[in-house]
Write a new protein. Structure first.
Length: 474
């Protein structure tokens, strides 16, 4: 997707301090040091009890193409210090132009369940490479994970109904709209109004007409009749331009004409008013007129809470068009992913664990080569163990099962900068995400999901704290 939207050289998609640090690393002779970083979020938004990891395949695509073009390097060469000197020396710029990602990316499959302080992905690479890519990886994961999880919550609220993503006009830029369409489909939406997302990603596209179509004719009835003649197999009418009840009556009249011509009335859309009562009235009118298969679509500032309330009131709405609240992730601006170093080693030496400490415990990071081990039994999720792969997990039982019974979730996606296997399709990832959401909600809808940290990991963390971050060899 990235190379379809952008130029392939996205090396400059980074914050300046990543490059100034990288130059300083090189000046200190650290360019051959190797580091491990992991990307995670510290807490879930209020009211959420899970997230769906999304964007990891975009990260893999980004890293495969990652480089600095001659134009990129020329731009960096033009940057000046406050004294008017070149910010970066020529030898560093030449180094950047030769740089490619040669490390390892291990990541959760897109659509995998993930919880606070669990790695969504882990990078093991030469220090400078791992450092420069930080900002781009956070950009690719943060928004996608937020929107995929928001879509999953909306799809859950909709039950057996379908959710269409209608957010293009309210999305945060062209790229934001495509990413949102991708993540929303992954999370459980059945289609999008965004035609470019449809072409690039193979997402089903949906839509009929707007209020402006109705307003372009002398009457609503004429507008519906003209649309039905132009698009007889796509006849779903927006009925609230003037008066919703009259609009439903007009849709029924044109539906009868369509039937006489060998076509069918697909349904109606309600975009304003008291949706619960209007949808009940519309269902009764359609059924009495002989259109029991005509669906009722609802839109207008919907989200999971509004949908749940409407369903609780018995609203017979089959399709939910969700725009602003979905593609902007409201009311949450971001899911808050961070990217922290957890180990480093010099060439030929042992790994040394690293930790970020804080007076706020929530802002302290975890050391080591982190992995998630998930436990299942009889098709049910039991809980997770986060452990350091270099030390291995502590033998024993977790959630009533031996440690060996668990399944490690992070999997190698890139090794030595190259893919380990072809990427899954978006439909495959979507199917997996829906399975995981249903698996989680069957047991943990109203309960906190248990995540434990391994005893060896806790000991390592405490040792680093007590030693005031002195090196601890793994």
């Amino acid at each position: 997707m990235l190379t379809q939207l952008y130029r392939s050289d996205l090396g400059l998609l980074t914050d300046l301090y990543e490059l100034t640090m990288s130059h300083a690393y090189r000046e200190q002779g650290m360019e051959d040091s190797e580091a491990i970083f992991y990307l995670y979020f510290r807490s879930l938004p209020p009211g959420w009890n899970y997230a769906l990891a999304a964007g990891t395949e975009l990260v893999a695509e980004y890293l495969e193409q990652w480089h600095f073009s001659a134009e990129d390097v020329a731009y960096l060469g033009s940057l000046k210090t406050q004294e008017g000197h070149a910010l970066f020396p020529e030898h560093f710029l030449n180094y950047l132009q030769r740089l490619r990602f040669t490390g390892t990316l291990e990541a959760l499959p897109e659509g995998e369940l993930v919880f606070p302080n669990q790695p969504i992905l882990r990078i093991q690479a030469p220090l400078i490479q791992a450092q420069i890519i930080e900002s781009a990886l956070l950009n690719l994961i943060n928004f996608s994970t937020l929107i995929a999880t928001k879509a999953a919550r909306i799809a859950d609220a909709a039950g057996d109904g379908s959710v269409l993503e209608f957010g293009l006009r309210r999305a945060q830029g062209i790229d934001g709209s495509i990413t949102a369409s991708r993540a929303a489909y992954l999370g459980g939406c059945t289609g999008t109004s965004n035609v470019l997302a449809g072409r690039l990603l193979g997402i089903p596209v949906k839509g009929t007409h707007a209020h402006s179509w109705v307003m372009s004719f002398d009457s609503e009835l004429e507008a519906f009749e003209r649309y039905a003649r132009a698009m007889p197999d796509n006849a779903l009418f927006l009925v609230d331009t003037y008066d919703s009840i009259r609009g439903i009556e007009h849709a029924i009249l044109i539906g009868q004409e369509l039937r006489n011509r060998g076509h069918k009335l697909l349904g109606i859309r309600l975009d304003s008013g008291e949706l619960a009562q209007l949808s009940k009235t519309a269902r009764r009118m359609l059924d009495e007129a002989g259109f029991p298969d005509a669906v009722i679509v609802a839109s207008n500032q919907l989200d999971e809470e509004v949908i749940a309330k409407l369903r609780a009131q018995g609203a017979p709405i089959a399709v939910w068009g969700v725009g602003t609240q979905l593609v902007t992730g409201q009311p949450q601006a971001a899911i808050g992913c961070v990217y922290k170093m957890s180990a480093i080693r010099k060439p030929g030496e042992a790994w040394q664990a690293r930790i970020k400490l804080s007076e706020e415990e929530a802002k302290s990071s975890l050391p080591g080569q982190l992995q998630i081990r998930r436990f299942y039994q009889n098709g049910q999720l039991l809980g997770d163990l986060v452990y350091d792969q270099m030390q291995g997990y502590t033998p024993g039982k977790y959630f009533g099962l031996p440690a060996e019974a668990g399944k490690d979730l992070l999997r190698p996606v890139l090794v030595n900068g190259q893919r380990t296997s072809p990427p899954p399709s978006l439909n495959e990832m979507r199917h997996y995400a829906i399975q995981q959401r249903k698996l989680f909600l069957s047991s943990w809808r109203k309960k906190a999901y248990p995540v434990q940290q391994d005893a060896k990991l806790i000991q390592l963390k405490n040792k680093l704290k007590n030693n005031h971050q002195k090196a601890v060899v793994l």
